[in-house]
Design a protein around this ligand. Structure first.
Ligand code: ATP
Length: 202
């Protein structure tokens, strides 16, 4: 699974539709301070399901929408689409029929975000799992933002274990286990209630 292309529109400083092609080998993004290099990396994390506005350097998620300048009005929505080459079939088995995956996220002011995988509506969790299963995601240690190296060096053992688990591609399994445990507890509560009802009717 490799990232092929990132498309942005109305996202932070990228008000016009913009496309970043990610070719084989190293892709460098160069430019003067404040031109939007970090915004590109944030767009990548955002489309992979980042849920914390703080880690997008904002107060609320709507802050990722182009806020306007002296000469241009603010936008009401932001859109980011990531095109993924899935010929290696690294994505979960449910995507085995797809050589190409297009994951998109759109946010409308005061309306929240909506995700799509290959044009079909998807839950945030499904998008996060898609990337977690492929050993990447919004919190992947492969995305090294400013100050992150120092944070990794100072990390507690349990935080380092999370990094290793993410690199090994098993963090998706933890999410599934947590969901299964919640369902199991709900089923146990239902069984206990059923036993009460049966005892009462005897
Ligand atoms: P540096 O090299 O200094 O780290 P950079 O190239 O990484 O800079 P970014 O931090 O990605 O730059 O971009 C910062 C720019 O993005 C600022 O000019 C800021 O005003 C602009 N920006 C951030 N959020 C928005 C928004 N919602 N609407 C419009 N512009 C925004």
């Amino acid at each position: 699974m490799r990232f092929d292309r990132l498309r942005l529109s109305g996202f932070k400083s990228f008000v016009e539709p913009t496309e970043l092609l990610i070719r084989d080998g190293l892709t460098g993004v160069v430019g003067p301070n404040g031109c939007g290099k970090s915004n590109l990396l944030e767009a990548l994390r955002w489309v992979m399901g980042e849920s914390s506005p703080k880690s997008m350097r904002g107060g609320g998620m709507d802050d990722v929408i182009f806020a306007g300048t002296a000469r241009r009005p603010a936008r009401d929505f932001a859109d980011v689409t990531l095109t993924i080459d899935n010929r290696s079939r690294r994505a979960a088995a449910q995507f085995n029929a797809d050589d190409v995956l297009e994951v998109s996220r759109r946010i409308e002011r005061e309306m929240g975000s909506a995700y799509r995988i290959n044009g079909r509506e998807a839950r945030a969790k499904a998008v996060q799992l898609l990337f977690a299963d492929a050993a990447t995601g919004a919190h992947s240690p492969a995305l090294v933002s400013q100050g992150r190296v120092a944070a990794i060096i100072a990390a507690k053992p349990v935080e380092r274990r999370a990094l290793l688990e993410e690199a090994a591609g098993i963090s998706g399994l933890h999410v599934r286990r947590r969901e299964a445990e919640i369902r199991l507890r709900a089923a146990e509560a239902n069984l206990a209630r059923l036993a009460d009802v049966m005892a009462a009717s005897e």
